[in-house]
Design a protein around this ligand. Sequence first.
Ligand code: HEM
Length: 359
Amino acid sequence: MWISKRPELFISDPTLVVQTNPPQEGEDLIPKNLIQFDPPKHGLQRKLISKGFTPRALRRFHADIERIAKGVVDDLFDEGDEGEADFVERIAAPLPIAVIGWLLGVPEPDWPKLFHWTNRILGATDDEYADEGKTAVETVLAAQTELFTYFSDLVAKRKADPKDDLVTLFAFAEVEGKKLSDLEILVWCMLIVAAGNETTRNATSGGMLALIEHQDQMRRLQADPELLPSAVEEILRWTSPIIHFARTATEDVEIRGRQIKKGETLALFYPSANRDEDVFEAPFEFRIDRNPNRHLAFGIGEHFCAGAHVARLELEYAYRFLLPRIEEIELAGPPDRLNSNLVGGYKRLPIRYKLRASA
Ligand code: HEM
């Protein structure tokens, strides 16, 4: 918390992730964007979306997010009262894709493209997601080029015919009286696609896994849906879908007896912070009624997740529709984890379920 709240002392610009071969100056794979800007540039850019993502501003979207979540859950359960499925493929992945696609203004037939771009940009270190015959770096570059080409077209359409969506917002946005450049607009679109998909996907699937592994907690939540908001917070703490982000010191500094030198990069490990025994009682217990629950799954301070409210809504609606219908649920095979030091997630979560007869 101390580091995240001192964005001048610990900057995000040089690198956001710990890497074995960090790119040299000017060799960045992904063009710099909001998440990597430091003050004062960061605050000026963040203003563009800070009004759009507040709980109040999102109120008008509740019905749509609710409709999307219900549709995703219904699609699975329409197949019969019992069965097996990959929870990631059927529920956890389609939900955020649909919400992000819809917020950005991407037409529904193109939503699967968002899924593949995110997998390849954020999951390229996993062999399964790297393009055949390409390295992780080449995969990221190829996916990014496809994404930019697609969004260039969509931005041009919105410039000619504005709509009530994020692509239109970025297309017409101004910072200190200056319009964003074409590249800046595309980078914004990419940030929303990348930041809003895998994170929520992994919280949703990791949450389901936690409930399967803690059936007493699931039964309690089914019996008392009022606990849903606090259960969502515990799922966020427990899953911590972002494993780490990095900061680089601009001065020599000592933190809890450790010397950090100017120019040194350190990692903020969110799952570790979220199990800090100085903060959380019994941190290794999954408790849906944990209160207080000051978790840092969304970070804190200058870069606090801009999509936190969207993510919370998605998680709440997903479980609100799922849980009442589940009679029994168990793993149908081992969960398959993503190989990444950034995104803590699941590629597959095989489930076996039986639905309530009354549902
Ligand atoms: C469970 C889901 C999510 C988790 C765990 C998560 C996590 C995070 C974290 C830890 C940061 C802080 C970065 C830092 O300190 O360097 C962040 C920033 C950000 N997130 Fe999320 N996120 C989630 C969902 C979303 C969604 C749904 C969106 C978009 C709709 C989004 C958009 C962003 C953006 C734009 C930033 C950059 C904010 C800034 O630099 O000022 N996130 N997120």
